[in-house]
Design a binder for this molecule. Structure first.
Ligand code: K1U
Ligand code: ZN
Length: 169
């Protein structure tokens, strides 16, 4: 297992659109294990492959209190969304220290392959539904700050670049 470096906003690689995984093989299973280790280490509830500069449709999630219910979702596709939405406070491991409200569907149904390559249907609500939508956005090259106003987004961009310059010193 290995810890992987997480790309930070506004890195342009975060806007790359991920391609479908062709086959679930040992490489993909190792990638999923490494992503789970990286997510747990960073105290996140989710991580998309885009965030670790791999542009194949793979996300990992664990929203359980005990951090013992890992989900590996390969080639996730949204097949149903609830008619209602809700404003949720979100954070992002690629935008450390920034939290803001994003409007998301209250519930979603997705189809995805699991780590064995088996197709599964998952119905989600609450934090799991929010996290799935956030991670699927990453696979499409979208970071949650893009839902915010241009003014807020530019302030966040400036803050992130300043922090990255100081870290590089
Ligand atoms: O994709 C990521 O960057 C992970 C992100 C997932 C996420 C958090 C909150 C709402 C939607 C998606 C995180 O895990 S951020 C850190 C975190 O653990 C957290 C932050 C706010 C609320 C709940 C958890
Ligand atoms: Zn994120």
């Amino acid at each position: 297992m290995a810890l992987l470096p997480i790309l930070c906003y506004p890195n342009p690689k975060l806007h790359q659109v991920a391609k479908r995984v062709a086959v679930v093989d040992a490489r993909i299973r190792t990638l999923a294990d490494d992503m789970l280790e990286t997510m747990y280490d960073a105290k996140g509830i989710g991580l998309a492959s885009t965030q670790i500069d791999v542009h194949e449709r793979l996300i990992v999630i664990d929203v359980s209190e005990e951090r013992d219910q890992p989900l590996v979702l390969i080639n996730p596709e949204l097949v149903w969304t609830s008619p209602t939405t809700h404003l949720n406070e979100e954070g992002c491991l690629s935008v450390p220290g920034i939290y803001d409200g994003v409007e998301r569907f209250d519930a979603v149904r997705i189809e995805a392959w699991d780590a064995t390559g088996q197709s599964r249907t998952i119905e989600a609500e609450g934090l799991l539904a929010v996290c799935i939508q956030h991670e699927m956005d990453h696979l499409m090259g979208k970071v949650f700050v893009e839902y915010l106003s241009p003014l807020k987004r530019n302030r966040i961009k400036t803050k992130m670049l300043k922090a990255q310059r100081e870290d590089a010193r």
